[in-house]
Design a protein around this ligand. Structure first.
Ligand code: GAP
Length: 440
């Protein structure tokens, strides 16, 4: 694993952001659990996305569909037939690889001439075979044919099959969008780079239903909007973001045009979000397989059509990894590690510390805690020296440190420390809440 990623993994465990699943049993590959700080950070990100979609845009509404759905949906969507990765195995050391990691044109590789990157044996690879990424399960108490179901590999299909119900109930007019946040599952062959590629993850997807012919322009608008979200809402460094257009061999089976937003991770440029023109592929397939007419009636123009769909599809966990990687800062001058989260994203907004454990300072500090906690996620800490307490919170990315000292008892003021500059200002307790909220 890349060195910086290793350090981030270790910090995440130490500070309670992210743990390997089933740790006490030796771990469970490519699944992660989010600890107290991880879930706060994840919630902050998903709430920003949800607000940006369903509150800022009056023509986008939300949905929460099931993870398990009618199995025919996956036949119609093409996932049963086409959602495959090519897989090769080394017969010598049993390592498993995606064949397309060796070359996009993996079909023309002579596999007997390839050396296994793990054990160094040449000629030990099997021929590539297609491997479906969907997790299969059974619904009902008996495993028999007809009870087979799948854990959804994308949240999008739940939106497509509900599109007419949502449109009718909310009297939506094209163009309109439906947004959803939820778990998705893929039996990834190669899972690596921490939470970048996992078998269970969360997607934040928005499907925008448009009139055919307007799709190209609308895709361009969403490309721009989604990049701006990373810059303006998540405060990601501009020169670490770029677009990547899919070529023919990269295009998913449903897409006419697709763009990734990529981030320059410590392990290289990689996709964090896709913006796709899915045309009427999904609706026409569901229309065919369900036998239901899924067309939209455009009343003012007195015409009926199947809308095209522009999709914005982001991975919540990848977005979180982007934020972790972007925020990670080794401040060598001060011999500390800092997660420079924007205060808007920080899991905890402020730590409140009594300078000592006596003279009534803990009681005064708890008064400050009581003032702030109905409004902000804040914590109380009186363990260890004040320097150690601050450094602990720097690693957790807490942007503000509030210290209650003897002066606080006399004039109702505290010191407010800025995480990045380490500068401390004296401020009246009455002004604390506004001072912090102004930065969020
Ligand atoms: N509905 C379209 C769709 O699912 P995708 O490019 O396969 O498109 C969209 O996935 C996003 O979901 C990706 O950009 C990534 O952020 C996230 N994602 C996909 N597979 C993932 C995995 N195995 N682990 C974590 N995130 C994943």
């Amino acid at each position: 694993m890349n060195k910086t990623i290793e350090k981030i993994v270790s910090l995440c465990k130490r500070r309670g952001f992210i743990f390997q699943s089933s740790d006490i049993y030796g771990g469970f590959s490519a699944i992660y659990d989010y600890g107290p700080l991880g879930i706060e950070l994840k919630n902050n990100i998903s709430q920003l996305w949800w607000k940006d979609m369903t509150q800022v845009h009056e023509n986008i509404v939300g949905l929460d569909s099931g993870i398990l759905m009618h199995p025919k949906i996956w036949e119609a969507s093409g996932h049963l037939g086409a959602f495959n990765d090519p897989l090769v195995d080394c017969k010598q050391c049993k390592s498993r690889y995606r064949a397309d990691e060796f070359s996009e044109d993996y079909a023309s590789i002579d596999w007997q001439s390839i050396q296994c990157p793990n054990c160094g044996t040449t000629g030990s690879f099997t021929e590539p075979r297609q491997f479906n990424l969907m997790f299969k399960t059974h619904v009902g108490p008996v495993e028999e044919s007809g009870t087979e179901a799948f854990l959804r590999p994308e949240t999008a299909q739940g939106i497509f099959v509900n599109y007419q119900l949502v449109q009718g109930a909310m009297r939506m007019k094209v163009p309109f969008g439906i947004a959803q946040i939820g778990k998705a599952f893929r039996n990834e062959i190669v899972a690596r780079n921490f939470i970048f590629r996992t078998r269970e993850f969360e997607q934040m997807e928005m499907q925008y239903f448009v009139k055919p012919g307007t799709d190209d322009d609308i895709l361009n608008q969403w490309k721009e909007k989604r990049l701006n979200f990373y810059l303006e809402k998540l405060d990601i460094e501009k020169n670490k973001l770029r677009y990547h257009e899919h070529n023919d061999s990269e295009l998913a089976h449903y897409a006419k045009e697709a763009w990734d937003i990529e981030y320059n991770f410590p392990f290289g440029w990689s996709e964090i979000e896709g913006i796709h023109n899915r045309t009427d592929f999904d609706l026409s397939r569901h229309q065919e397989f369900s036998g239901k007419n899924l067309s939209y009636f455009d009343q003012p123009n007195n015409e009926r059509y199947l809308p095209y769909i522009i999709e914005t599809s982001a991975g919540l966990n990848r977005m979180l990894l982007t934020i972790l990687a972007d925020a990670y800062w080794e401040d060598d001058d001060n011999n500390r590690t800092v997660m420079k989260f924007h205060p808007r994203l920080a899991p905890v907004k402020a730590v409140i510390c009594p300078l000592t454990k006596k003279d009534g300072l803990p009681e005064k500090a708890r008064e400050v805690l009581d003032i702030l906690k109905p409004h902000l996620k804040v914590i109380y800490d009186q363990q260890g020296s004040i320097g150690k307490r601050y450094y602990r919170q720097d690693e957790a990315g807490t942007p503000f440190g509030i210290t209650v000292d003897h002066e606080s008892l006399e004039d109702n003021t505290v010191t407010l420390r800025d995480r990045d500059s380490m500068k401390q200002d004296r401020i009246s307790i009455d002004q604390l809440l506004t001072a912090i909220q102004d930065n969020i």
